[in-house]
Design a protein around this ligand. Structure first.
Ligand code: ADP
Ligand code: ASP
Ligand code: MG
Length: 404
């Protein structure tokens, strides 16, 4: 007998028919003799709708109340799913995060799980019940409801795998597994059989929505292999696992993109020590993350252009901070552009293959795709390009790195 955690995302429980389909999958896995703990997300679109409602009251809606509001979607789906399982003649029960409790650090809208009290559920599943836990939510030590960040049911599943010491952690979703790129922009995306924690963390941080980045980090830290698979087929999906268990034949494992960035250029800044620090100092204090940075060499040796990227949602705040700081910076003008996207190639195979940068840049150049900024790490290269070139860039790189 195995103990399994099965997580079903919003796309898998988007309608009553889909909930009934999921109930049947759960029944089947239960009949195989397994102990089952289910994590379920809100029905597709529900969390976004709730967020819109709060926005229409205030863009600064109180974060504690926002957590109460957003977590309510999972109360609906977990009760509907439990009811559907019971209707199939299987014992089931739902739990909200606070009922267990799932104790979090109290960081509203992006909490980490600190502990889960397991006793009640262990009793229930040992009596052949299916436990259904509402994903995405927990409770702080102050007894306030908290949520785990958007896409946070993935983190709920990894946390349950950890605290219940399950034999597997399975993420059921609407695609076959983790694919070489987002299938919604490239029809040639292929399933990856095995991907390392590190690569998956880069993929999801750089835009692959299929797993929440923090959940990948949690699985990496605790060495919990995660299996991503489809609700539509019984085929094996993708295993996210330690790098040592993977034999790298390809240089690039996957390609990700995101449209969350904005580019800012300060034209004509004095080229002297301390200026870069002066530009970026106020950002740190205001929690604004700088991603890519390029400084163009000054032609006359006195003035330089500094380009950097921030999250799109931080653009307005960023421009305000720079303007405030201009007395010291004394730049000639600011240019900004939020119609940009970041396209990244990711692969642990890069470490042992020189020439990847050239291959990437020349492929994009041949397609007349202009590179606006670059950032690299050991296992990824990201380029900033014009947003309308995103799909072309992904397809070009997918082919160039033999992923088609
Ligand atoms: P769920 O509702 O199950 O949590 P998500 O919408 O969060 O599902 O994630 C699945 C979606 O992620 C897919 O439908 C797909 O469009 C998108 N996606 C983006 N990049 C990838 C990728 N590399 N592999 C698989 N899916 C991806
Ligand atoms: N319902 C939450 C969200 O939309 C959590 C999740 O789907 O994983 O972000
Ligand atoms: Mg998701």
């Amino acid at each position: 007998m195995k103990r399994l955690v099965l997580k079903f995302g919003g796309t898998s429980v988007g309608s009553i028919e889909k909930i009934q389909k999921v109930a049947n999958i759960i029944k089947k896995r239960h009949e195989e003799g397994n102990e089952i703990i289910v994590i379920v997300s809100a029905m597709f679109g529900v969390t976004n709708d709730l967020k819109k409602k709060s926005n229409s009251i205030s863009k600064n809606f109180d974060s504690k109340e926002l957590d109460v509001l957003l977590s309510s979607g999972e109360q609906i789906s977990s009760s509907l799913l439990s009811g559907a399982i019971i209707d199939l003649g299987v014992k089931a029960r739902s739990w909200m995060g606070w009922q267990l409790p799932i104790l979090t650090d109290g960081n509203h809208t992006s909490s980490q799980v600190i502990n889960i009290k397991t006793e009640e559920i262990l009793n229930f599943i040992s009596g052949r019940g299916v436990a259904v836990i509402a994903g995405f939510q927990g409770v702080s030590s102050n007894n306030r409801i908290t949520t785990l960040g958007r896409g946070g049911s993935d983190l709920s599943a990894v946390a349950v795998a950890k605290f219940f010491e399950t034999d597997s952690c399975e993420i059921y979703t609407d695609v076959e597994g983790v694919l070489t790129t987002d299938p919604s922009i490239h029809e040639k995306a292929k399933k990856i059989d095995k991907i390392s924690y590190e690569e998956m963390l880069e993929m999801s941080s750089l835009g692959a929505k299929v797993m929440q980045p923090i959940s990948v980090q949690a699985s990496m830290i605790n060495d919990i292999p995660v299996h991503v698979r489809s609700v539509f087929s019984e085929k094996a999906g993708t295993t996210i696992i330690s790098q040592s268990e993977i034999d790298y034949k390809k240089v690039v494992t996957g390609i990700a993109y995101s449209k969350n960035d904005a580019k800012v250029t300060l034209v004509g800044v004095a080229d002297k020590p301390g200026v870069a620090a002066a530009i970026f100092e106020p950002f740190e204090k205001n929690n604004i993350n700088i991603d890519m940075v390029i400084q163009t060499a000054a032609s006359n040796g006195k003035k330089t252009d500094v380009t950097f990227t921030v999250k799109r949602e931080d653009l307005f705040k960023t421009l305000k901070l720079i303007e405030k700081n201009n007395q010291y910076l004394n730049y000639q003008k600011i240019i900004h552009d939020d119609k940009v996207s970041k396209v990244s190639i990711i692969g642990a195979g890069m470490i042992s293959h020189p020439g990847v940068v050239y291959k990437m840049f020349s492929a994009l150049g041949r397609e007349q795709i202009n590179i606006l900024a670059i950032s690299t790490s050991e296992i990824k290269i990201s380029v900033l390009i014009q947003e309308d070139m995103t799909q072309k860039a992904v397809k070009t790189l997918h082919k160039k790195f033999e992923l088609d």
